[in-house]
Ligand binder design. Structure first.
Ligand code: PLP
Length: 430
């Protein structure tokens, strides 16, 4: 083995250090495998209960009337996530689109949206109109209110109670921390928050941005009271196989509203040809629990490596996980760059490219990104990015197989040692 790694560019010292770290992770990995096992059953049972058939894997063209594969897949998602209905479509172009669709279709002029967990994901700022933007909720006369988490990460229940008023129609809860340093919310905590909100205003719609969270735990937020959960198919639930798509799973009413807006009033879920994409959607959903587990193992492996080397990691080496994102803070730009170059060098596609920081639209500092993915931009595949600004943290996620995630993280360490950011002496195992 050590020779294969040597040929792949991993020094014996890096190999031995990583193996040493791994010895202590057996129990953690065992727990992750058990969650994947539970979720695998959930997915396969959902397919069986809804009689997924060979015919379901074929697609329709044109209007897509009577698309049995599409309609059955939506039932499969609804069964698996324990919701009344679901919308799972290639016409939903990404996670942001799915979230804006869920919001736009269930809000009306004069309504108010509340985020009780602080600032939402960057791209939602323009959807909501926090940053002025054409077509935002704000342009349609929908207002927004936000209650930040308290300093210790807990919910500001008093502030939330005050913020809920007669116009509050949707409460949006982001499960993953995204690119913030707050902790990711567990499904249990989301349940507590929803129960609190519903006690004050029972008819309010609770929506959860479920991006990066699917299959990390044995329950989804829809099992603890969420009226809608929303996510992207080029993250966890697509299992690395879906090349596009998003989903909204929830109450019949919420999903119906979303369908009438995605297609047209009067048409709703009845149209929307699936073309040839359904077999990837089914197979990806089938693979999703194990793919998510592989990504989680990679995240935990990296947290343990870099925490031992003295870098700040969020979540830390021992914490339980509620999403697949791992942040490592290097404190200097060279660390972020070397890390991303390591991930790129380990990729199956475009491994020979050298990522460079660039001024990406919508960001206030140059950003470096590493992605050598089969599906462009897929972040369930091994990928990393970091803004070149203090505290110089890199965010990485994904890994379709644990073995590849492991190789990628070894490459990051190799790259950091080569650049002298990690002292070669520190990784020697006696
Ligand atoms: C990725 C993500 C989004 C947006 O998804 P895109 O597919 O990038 O548009 C929204 N919220 C969270 C928490 C995410 O991780």
């Amino acid at each position: 083995m050590i020779r294969s790694y040597r040929e792949a560019g991993i020094s014996d010292d890096v190999y031995r250090y990583c193996e040493h770290i791994l010895e202590h992770l057996k129990e953690r990995f065992g727990e992750i495998d058990r969650i994947a096992e539970f979720n695998q059953l959930k997915v396969v049972r959902a397919m069986q209960e809804n009689k997924a058939s060979e015919a379901c894997l074929l697609g329709t063209t044109g209007y897509g009337y009577n698309d049995i594969g599409r309609d059955t897949l939506e039932k499969v998602y609804a069964s698996c996530f324990r919701t009344e209905d679901a919308l799972v479509r290639p016409q939903i172009t990404c996670g942001t689109h799915a979230l804006q669709l869920a919001l736009m279709s269930n809000l009306r002029p004069g309504d108010e949206l509340l985020s009780p967990v602080g600032k939402p994901y960057d791209t939602l700022e323009e959807v909501i109109g926090i940053r002025d933007s054409v077509g935002s909720l704000k342009e349609y006369g929908i207002s927004y209110r936000q209650v930040d988490l308290k300093k210790d990460g807990s919910f500001d229940y008093e502030g939330i109670k005050k913020a809920i008023n007669e116009r509050t129609k949707i409460v949006t809860i982001q499960r993953s921390k995204g690119y913030q340093t707050r902790p990711t919310l567990s499904v249990e905590r989301i349940g507590e928050l929803i129960a609190f909100v519903k006690k004050i205003k029972p008819e309010v719609i609770c929506m959860v941005d479920n991006c990066y969270g699917e299959f990390v735990e044995t329950k989804e937020p829809s099992e603890v009271g969420a009226d809608m959960i929303v996510g992207s198919l080029i993250k966890n639930p697509g299992g690395g196989l879906a090349p596009i798509g998003g989903y909204i799973a929830g109450t019949k009413k919420c999903v119906e509203n979303a369908a009438f807006r995605l297609t047209s009033p009067g048409l709703g879920k009845e149209v929307g040809a699936s073309l040839g994409i359904l077999s990837q959607f089914y197979q990806g959903f089938f693979m999703a629990p194990t793919v998510t587990a592989n990504a989680l193992k990679g995240a935990i492996f990296a947290a343990n490596i870099y925490e031992r080397l003295g870098f700040a990691v969020v979540p830390d080496a021992k914490e339980t996980r509620h999403d697949i994102i791992q942040a490592v803070t290097f404190g200097k730009p060279e660390g972020v760059i070397a890390f991303c170059r390591g991930i790129q060098a380990a990729a199956p596609i475009d491994s020979y490219l050298m990522p460079e920081p660039w001024d990406m639209p919508g960001y206030d500092a140059p950003v470096i990104m590493a992605a050598g993915a089969f599906v462009s931009g897929s972040s369930i595949e091994l990928s990393a990015d970091g803004p070149i600004k203090p505290p110089y943290a890199v965010y990485f996620q994904g890994g379709l197989t644990w073995q590849h995630a492991k190789f990628g993280i070894m490459m990051t360490l190799q790259s950091l040692v080569k650049e002298g950011i990690v002292d070669a002496k520190r990784i020697q195992v006696s």
